[in-house]
Write a protein that binds this ligand. Structure first.
Ligand SMILES: [Zn+2]
Length: 115
C-alpha cells in the first residue's frame, strides 16, 4: 500500500489486524477500511462435483459496518497454500454481515456446498 502523502511503498501496520497504516518515510499516519490479513480462515475440502478440491473461506471486516464481518471464497488446487494476501483481499466480493467470524465461516461453508 502506498502512502497517500508521499507515495512511498515503505508503509506498515503495527498489527496485522490494525486499520492504522504508518509511512516509514514521511511518518504520515492514516486509517484504512480493511485489515491486511483475514481475521479468520477456514479450509474446506469438497470431494464431489465440478468444484471439488480445496475451498478457502476468508473472513474480513464488513465494508459497510466495521463492527461486523463478511466472508469471501477462494477456490484453489490442493497444492496451493493458505497464505493470506499481504495487503488487501484480491477478491473484493465480500458477502454478508455477521456478528462474529464463526458465523461468517458457517455461512461460507453453506455456500460452498450449494455451488
Ligand atoms: Zn509517506
Amino acid at each position: 500500500m502506498k502512502c497517500p502523502s508521499c507515495g512511498s511503498s515503505e508503509t506498515y501496520r503495527k498489527a496485522k489486524h490494525s486499520l492504522i497504516v504508518n509511512c516509514d518515510r514521511c511518518r504520515h499516519i492514516w486509517e484504512v477500511n480493511q485489515v491486511a490479513f483475514p481475521i479468520a480462515q477456514f479450509r474446506l475440502y469438497k470431494s464431489k462435483g465440478a468444484m471439488r478440491g480445496n475451498h478457502y473461506i476468508d473472513v474480513w471486516l464488513c465494508p459497510s459496518d466495521k463492527s461486523k464481518f463478511s466472508f469471501s471464497l477462494r477456490y484453489q488446487s490442493s497444492f496451493n497454500c493458505i497464505f493470506p494476501n499481504p495487503d488487501y483481499p484480491e477478491d473484493p466480493y465480500l458477502k454478508g454481515m455477521f456478528d462474529n467470524p464463526q458465523l461468517a465461516i458457517e455461512a461460507g461453508i453453506k455456500q460452498v456446498y450449494q455451488e
